[in-house]
Design a protein around this ligand. Structure first.
Ligand code: C2E
Ligand code: CA
Ligand code: CA
Ligand code: CA
Length: 275
């Protein structure tokens, strides 16, 4: 019988033999997915708090199953990273995102996630350069999102690669800020163009003094370092109002727009909400 991917990757509870077989199956599934065009990109708007306008979109990878359902990247990306398949998949993402974003109505910023495994690859700057040339996409429109976990294994090497990427004219955002152990030292190691505050802090914002204090602290840190801060996972008007009061630069979340197959403008509802 064919198990779902989530069953497949819950192999820890099973025997080693079975684990190995299932892992092979997921790996083969990902390989086929790449060949058979089972991947799609969805785009979620990022919105300026100052003027309520969309500044860009983040590309989010989707793996479409035969029955039309999707497997979450949170489930399959770790497998792709372990097997090295994230390299061809990541290359596909970057290329496809640049191709699609070229046809947007407005030349807005395109944010693309990079895996730590991709960053660990010395060839990354050359690859990004080649994709920019092949697609004719303006480097200034491209923002690469990197988590601090991507940097901690070898900070010197990572910053070297990030510098080469920046030299191409693309910008670099620090993703999931505040969730790791070394957010601050990572910030010191490299001049990021943006801080993306993890949505973990948005959750209990309303009744959690700690979360509010941390958000304020990160916003003031961004201000001191002259790095704009984008808050992720904004779902409620209360959260948006708090962020606006505290001087947050940009927001992203279901309140403003869900990831969509096309880079949609803000809905009338979201426009009203953002006012
Ligand atoms: P991420 O980079 O932190 O992306 C944001 C995630 O939060 C996305 O989940 C997005 O759909 C979700 N999200 C956005 N707004 C809200 C909100 O208001 N509330 C809640 N609860 N969630 C919200 P998604 O698309 O499932 O992606 C999960 C993770 O998978 C991403 O987290 C990223 O780490 C990874 N990922 C996605 N696409 C790619 C890719 O192309 N390459 C790589 N390397 N990783 C990717
Ligand atoms: Ca991201
Ligand atoms: Ca994030
Ligand atoms: Ca995240």
């Amino acid at each position: 019988a064919k198990g779902s991917l989530s069953e497949d990757i819950c192999f820890y509870e099973k025997t080693m033999d079975e684990a190995v077989r299932q892992r092979r199956r997921v790996t083969q599934g990902l390989r086929d997915a790449l060949e058979n065009e089972e991947f799609e990109l969805y785009y979620q708007p990022q919105v300026s708090v100052g003027n309520n306008e969309i500044t860009g979109y983040e590309a989010l990878l989707r793996w479409r199953q035969k029955d039309g359902s999707f497997i979450s990247p949170a489930e399959f990306i770790p497998v792709a990273e372990d097997t090295g398949l994230i390299l061809p998949i990541g290359e596909w993402v970057l290329r496809r995102a640049c191709e699609e974003a070229k046809h947007w109505d407005k030349p807005l910023r395109l944010a693309v996630n990079l895996s730590p495994v991709q960053l660990g690859h010395t060839d990354l700057p050359r690859l990004v350069h080649q994709i920019l040339i092949d697609t004719g996409f303006a480097p200034a429109r491209l923002e690469l999102e990197i988590t601090e976990t991507a940097m901690i294994t070898d900070m010197a090497r990572s910053t070297f690669i990030l510098r080469q990427l920046k030299a191409l004219g693309v910008s670099i955002a620090m993703d999931d800020f505040g969730t790791g152990y070394s957010s601050l030292s990572t910030l010191r190691a490299f001049p990021f163009d943006k801080i993306k505050l993890d949505r973990a802090f948005m959750g209990e914002l309303a009744d959690n003094t700690q979360s509010r204090a941390i958000i304020r602290a990160v916003l003031s840190l961004g201000e001191s370092l002259s790095i704009p801060v984008l808050a992720e996972g904004v779902e409620t008007v209360d959260q948006l109002n708090f962020l606006r009061e505290q001087g947050c630069d940009e927001v992203q979340g279901y309140l403003l727009g869900r990831p969509n197959r096309r880079a949609l403008p803000l809905s009338q509802e979201s426009v009203e909400i953002a006012k």
